[in-house]
Design a protein. Structure first.
Length: 162
C-alpha cells in the first residue's frame, strides 16, 4: 500500500512537472515576445519563470530519487558480495533519507522566516521559493523509506513512469 501511494505521488509530481514545463515555456516565450517585439518586458515573467524552474526541478529531483534516476556510483557495489551490497544499499538510502529530512526541515524554517515578505514582481510570499525544496525533501525521505522497505523485503521499487 505504501508503494502504491509513493508511486501515485511520483506520477502526480511528473504530471505537475510537465504542466510546469509548459507554463515555463509559455512564460519565457511571452517574455521574449514582450521584450523584442513589443519593447515592453512583462515584469512578472522572469521571476515567475525562475519560480517555475524551482518547482519543476524539485519535483523532478524527488521522483529521480524514487526511480533511481540520480547519479550513483554502483560499480563497487556490483562486485561486492550480496550481504555487503545489501548493507551498503541500506546505508545509502538511510543517508538519502536523512538528507531529505534535513532539507525539508530547514527549508520549511526558511519559508516560515520569510513568509511576510513579498516577491516584488509577483506580489506573492517569498516563502514560495523555499516550499518546493521543503516538499522535495519530504518526498525524498518518503521515497527513501520505500526503498529501504523494498530492500528488506527483497524487492525493487518500480519506476513511476512504467
Amino acid at each position: 500500500m505504501y508503494t502504491r501511494l509513493c508511486a501515485a505521488i511520483a506520477r502526480l509530481c511528473l504530471q505537475i512537472g510537465v504542466v510546469g514545463l509548459v507554463l515555463l515555456i509559455a512564460a519565457v516565450l511571452y517574455q521574449v515576445i514582450g521584450r523584442y517585439i513589443f519593447n515592453d518586458t512583462p515584469t512578472w515573467a522572469e521571476s515567475g519563470s525562475v519560480l517555475l524552474v524551482l518547482y519543476v526541478t524539485m519535483m523532478g529531483m524527488a521522483v529521480g530519487v524514487r526511480d533511481a534516476g540520480h547519479i550513483g556510483l554502483e560499480s563497487l557495489l556490483v562486485l561486492a558480495p550480496e550481504a555487503v551490497r545489501l548493507k551498503m544499499e541500506l546505508l545509502i538510502h538511510a543517508l538519502v533519507l536523512v538528507f531529505g529530512a534535513v532539507m525539508a526541515y530547514y527549508c520549511a524554517v526558511l519559508a516560515q522566516s520569510v513568509w511576510d515578505y513579498k516577491i516584488p514582481t509577483l506580489g506573492v510570499s517569498e516563502a514560495l521559493k523555499y516550499l518546493p525544496p521543503a516538499g522535495a525533501g519530504l518526498l525524498i525521505a518518503m521515497f527513501s523509506i520505500e526503498h529501504i522497505l523494498a530492500l528488506l523485503q527483497g524487492k525493487e521499487v518500480e519506476p513511476a513512469w512504467h
